[in-house]
Design a binder for this molecule. Sequence first.
Ligand SMILES: [Zn+2]
Length: 222
Amino acid sequence: MNQPVHPRRASCAACLRAQSACICGWVRPLVSSVELLILQHPLEVANAKNSARLLHLCVGGSVLAVGEAFDEAELGALLHDGGRTPLLLYPATPDMADTPDTSAALPSPARLRLVVLDATWRKSRKMLHVNPALRRLPRLALAGMPASAYRIRKAHAPDQLSTFEASVHALGQLEGDGDRYAPLFAAFDGFVGQQAAFVPSVPIRKPISVMPSSPRRSDPGG
Ligand SMILES: [Zn+2]
């Protein structure tokens, strides 16, 4: 007998949320020259406030893979597929002495792949630790954040932006055309408002015990 993922409620096949909490209305399809690869930590999959799937649904051609420790060959393919140059969206850290410097000229947007870790700060450190291929990637640090990106989370530091905000800003930065991405920030506003309505106070960050079956190329790793 087949067990549905959410036995008590019907879920949306696109955003994987309960239909009553579907976020597909906030999807603003956008074609980006830079390819986007989202590596989502398994603990974020069931987090109602998580914005990575909305990001994935908005950005055409983006790839979302779930895992903590990825299979080396699979990760290599995700990072280097099509000969694009992968660039990790991550701040400089003291342990990255041998990481290539990206302040030099970058390839054109059409030859770049922006790699984003969708995880808490602590878990993103873990992902870097257990995936040497990620640790070795050249990094992209966000330049000055536009005021539009600050407004959502005034209480937080710029480096604590949501995955959605940071990624969209980075795409605009790499393509030299941040204005084109303005509709996505507006959509994100709506998404945040919806989450606030559905999840009034208690943060949902329950660890999940099973891997979801739907996101493509999921790999729990070893
Ligand atoms: Zn949906």
